[in-house]
Design a protein around this ligand. Structure first.
Ligand code: RP5
Length: 166
């Protein structure tokens, strides 16, 4: 069981309804051998827990926080306000009727001084959040760096094969 005290990456989401999409992020991290600590924490419904989590994350050994939320998605920003760790934000599409634009703008439009590295909406963003987290960790981890190089090469090969198969 991975806890906040043993994980290098945290995947935090605003609701259990976000899990479907964020499973892609967790699996992508897993493909690099990284098991994240996974939490459901809401900037609006559990603001005290959100602040506490962010305040203690670095001390607990977490290096990167991935924060995903839909609607008025303030989770990534709220965590960024309370830590110096890099925060990767994943805006999610909810049933609000504005197609994710609400979450995208809420996540990306951070005031100067409090950055959130904002990914694409939904599933592509969830996958990229994992890869970006690995890229950050790989700066000081040669083994991870090798895995990333292999990942890029495999991706390139797949596209070349698809092109050749046309
Ligand atoms: C956000 O509101 C969550 O991240 C979720 O995407 C959205 C809806 O939450 P639920 O009503 O499904 O719990 O805070």
């Amino acid at each position: 069981m991975v806890s906040e005290k043993t994980a290098l990456v945290a995947v935090v989401m605003g609701s259990d309804s976000d899990m479907d999409v964020m499973q892609g992020c967790i699996e992508q991290l897993g493909s690099f051998g990284i098991t994240p600590v996974v939490r459901i924490i809401s900037a609006h419904r559990t603001p005290r827990i959100a602040a506490e989590f962010a305040e203690n994350a670095a001390q607990n050994g977490i290096k990167v926080i991935i924060a995903a939320a839909g609607m008025a998605a303030h989770l990534a920003g709220a965590l960024a306000a309370k830590t110096t760790l890099p925060i990767i934000g994943v805006p999610l599409v909810s049933g609000s009727g504005v197609g994710g634009m609400d979450a995208l703008l809420s996540t990306v439009q951070m005031p100067p001084g409090v950055p959130v590295a904002t990914m694409a909406l939904g599933k592509p963003g969830a996958k990229n959040a994992a890869i970006l987290a690995v890229q950050i960790l790989a700066l000081s981890d040669e083994k991870l760096h090798r895995k990333l190089t292999e990942f890029k090469a495999a991706q390139e090969k797949q596209v070349i094969e698809k092109d050749a198969a046309l």
